[in-house]
Design a protein around this ligand. Structure first.
Ligand code: NAD
Ligand code: IPM
Ligand code: MN
Length: 356
């Protein structure tokens, strides 16, 4: 099978540290299988923006689409860029302009000891959230009137299109069918957002009618948040809007042991897609070798799975599980190791599996 060409964008803060470990894991699992992953690093992020004013360089998207199988990104966010301008251009820019409409965020608990809820087992935390990723409250349409006066007005538009809602809802049902999951939950706030989220209601019902083998249920998003904590075992597949998906997947990350454990893919099926851990740049932790690299390593696994390297993806997941079981972990999930040491343990285990 052909080599994988991966565009690597470490970004800011702990993004740089965790992506180094994810790349190490990729190289190790590829070596063990006699295959090749070819990473190319891009320095897009706050540092470059502050030095040159450049966020996403001109021509970048064509270059990515022409030369790479996938993009692996760390995080964007730096206190020196308070309006997050570079993240909007680089991260949201790629999500929107590559039309990566599926934000796939699997939620899985690897060991009971990582869950903050009493008595919750790994079997009870095993679901996927599909977050709409190209519209909603993220379109940055809005404005200020009489800015910086006592009469200021500020608006932000929640933009929802039939096409946009339908494709993410359909993707959730297709995923459920392919993975033999029996239930899809759609979460919205249609009791208040009577125009925009009524569209979600109507589209969800119409698409669900085409999937009679799958149970389609609805929860208001506030209740979804409660239910995720009260009884996470009831969920298999969740589909929701961009902003709600952002919020509930941080909550869901909590069920897995924290943001350090959560992986995601920004996907347009059949096209160049972008993979990143759910967490941000955690500036307070940056440069201290304390960030948990497992979310980034699991993200690399998701990327391999997406690209058809299913056996290598499975090995990555199994090896993270091994590291969790043996407490080869960072402090956020109870261990005593640093970012690099966790990455080294995982990479050497992946390599050793190749020699066995
Ligand atoms: P954050 O995810 O960076 O950190 C929140 C908290 O989660 C941290 O204080 C830390 O306690 C914990 N945490 C996160 N990642 C961890 C890891 N790998 N290991 C251990 N603990 C971890 O979120 P924030 O503090 O709200 O945002 C910081 C910056 O990151 C902001 O600029 C924000 O906009 C940006 N951000 C970027 C992305 C992205 O690029 N995908 C995602 C979220 C936030
Ligand atoms: C995420 C992040 C981003 C989002 C920010 C950094 C734009 O929080 O990927 O979850 O809100 O989508
Ligand atoms: Mn988020």
């Amino acid at each position: 099978m052909k080599d994988l060409r991966i565009a690597v964008v470490p970004g800011d803060g702990i993004g740089v540290e965790v992506i180094a470990e994810a790349v190490k894991a990729l190289q190790a699992v590829a070596d063990a299988a006699g295959r090749l992953v070819r990473p190319t690093a891009f320095d897009w992020g706050a540092e470059r923006y502050l030095a040159s004013g450049v966020t996403l360089p001109p021509g970048a998207l064509d270059m990515l689409q022409g030369g790479f199988d996938a993009i692996l990104l760390g995080a964007m966010g730096d206190p020196r860029v308070p309006d997050n301008r570079h993240a909007a251009d680089i991260l949201l820019g790629m999500r929107f302009r590559l039309d990566l409409y599926v934000n796939y965020r699997p939620v899985r608990l690897f060991h009971e000891k990582l869950c903050p809820l009493k008595g919750v087992t790994p079997a009870q935390v095993d679901f996927a959230v599909f977050r709409e990723n190209t519209e909603g409250l993220y379109v940055m349409m809005g404005g200020n009137f009489k800015k910086d006066t006592a009469d200021e007005v500020a608006t932000e538009i929640d933009l929802n299109t039939r096409k946009g809602v339908e494709r993410i809802v359909r993707h959730a049902f297709e995923f459920a069918r392919a993975r033999r999951r029996r239930r899809v939950v759609m979460a919205d706030k249609s009791n208040v957002l009577v125009h925009a989220h009524d569209l979600w209601q109507r589209v969800f019902r119409a698409v669900a009618a085409e999937y009679q083998d799958i149970e389609a249920t609805h929860l208001y998003v506030d209740n979804l948040a409660l239910q995720m904590v009260r009884d996470p075992g009831q969920f298999q597949v969740v589909v929701t809007s961009n902003m709600f998906g952002d919020i509930v997947t941080d909550l869901a990350a909590g069920l897995q042991g924290g943001l350090g454990m959560a992986a995601s893919g920004n996907i347009h099926p059949g096209r160049l897609s972008l993979f990143e851990p759910v967490h941000g740049s955690a500036p307070r932790f940056a440069g201290k070798n304390v960030a948990n690299p497992m979310g980034a390593i699991l993200t690399a696994g998701l990327m391999l799975d997406h690209l058809g390297w299913t056996e290598e993806a499975r090995r990555i997941e199994e090896t993270v599980r091994w590291a969790v079981d043996g407490d080869r972990t960072t402090a956020d999930i109870g261990g005593t190791l640093g970012t690099r040491e966790v990455g080294d343990a995982i990479a050497s285990r992946l390599r050793a599996a190749g020699r066995a």
